[in-house]
Design a protein around this ligand. Structure first.
Ligand SMILES: [Zn+2]
Length: 281
């Protein structure tokens, strides 16, 4: 498949997509950066720090005023291009908070961009104005604790909270399944017309899609609970039963998601652990 790397893809008036060349088992064909606005521009998820991608973004901006470089969260496939791009075009980095590593403990692993340093952090409901229209932050923690979606002209830029090609990885300690589910519920109460995720195609039936994601997670939870009720077992054994035929590159991520479910079940008093082994209570 020829993915449209470094190409401008106009999606609708005032919304353009550019795909970065960082395909992987976690990113699908790569990270999709969105350019919003016509006279004034905002970028969402500048992506990894790849010179070709930065060149493509600069070319797409074409000398127009950039009001903000926004990041949905600080995984390495989303935010590292923010600083080099800011330096090239003289625009501020605005959006999600950096992870407060010192105060919240060892939440960040190698997949986090520890260099991310925004000029301004947006909290839930805060908006910028772009070509006379609000561009609003929608706090959606769960995939990471600092995740934001952005709403603009009826579209929701959903980052990794809701993706168009795969379910979202939720890995503790920074990822939290109960909070992730609350953030899905938050989207269910909105009436966005379309989602543009950081990975995969646009979601044109958001309400139905989010209901499907919630159902999928509840099904997964039920399955994990049934497995540990059958017999106490370690996470790897649960992964082997719950994810038959899983791509081996995804075993660790699947283990993380199973752990996220187990921690949620543990908080609700439904499971406990004995060393490596998880058991029903
Ligand atoms: Zn991510």
């Amino acid at each position: 498949m020829n993915a449209p790397y470094a190409k401008l893809e106009p999606l609708e008036p005032g919304i353009v997509r550019i795909l970065a060349h960082n395909p992987s088992a976690f990113t699908y064909f790569g990270t999709q950066t969105y350019l919003l606005g016509e006279r004034t521009i905002a970028l969402i998820d500048p992506g990894p720090d790849l010179p070709n991608h930065l060149d493509a973004l600069e070319q797409a901006i074409g000398g127009r005023f950039v009001a903000a470089i926004l990041c949905t969260h600080t995984h390495r496939d989303h935010s590292p291009a923010a600083r080099p791009l800011a330096e090239r075009i003289g625009a501020p980095i605005i959006g999600c908070a950096p992870l407060a590593l010192k105060t919240v403990g060892p939440r960040a692993d190698a997949s986090f961009d520890g260099d991310y340093a925004p000029e301004r952090v947006l909290s839930d409901g805060e908006a910028l104005e772009l070509d006379g229209e609000p561009l609003t932050a929608v706090a959606t923690p769960g995939h990471t604790s600092n995740h934001l979606c952005f709403a603009y002209r009826g579209a929701l830029f959903s980052g990794d909270h809701v993706m168009g090609w795969s379910t979202t990885v939720v890995v503790p300690p920074d990822g939290d399944m109960a909070i992730y589910m609350q953030s899905l519920d938050k989207l269910r109460k909105r009436d966005d017309r379309i989602y543009y995720p950081a990975h995969g195609p646009a979601v044109t039936n958001p309400q139905q899609y989010v209901r499907h994601l919630v159902g999928h997670r509840m099904q997964r939870e039920k399955q994990i609970l049934a497995l540990v009720r059958e017999q106490p077992q370690p996470i790897l054994q649960i992964v082997a039963s719950a994810y038959p035929g899983l791509d081996t590159r995804l075993t660790t991520a699947a283990g993380g998601s199973v752990l996220a479910h187990l921690l949620d079940l543990e908080r609700r008093g439904l499971v406990g652990r004995n060393g490596e082994s998880w058991t029903a209570v």
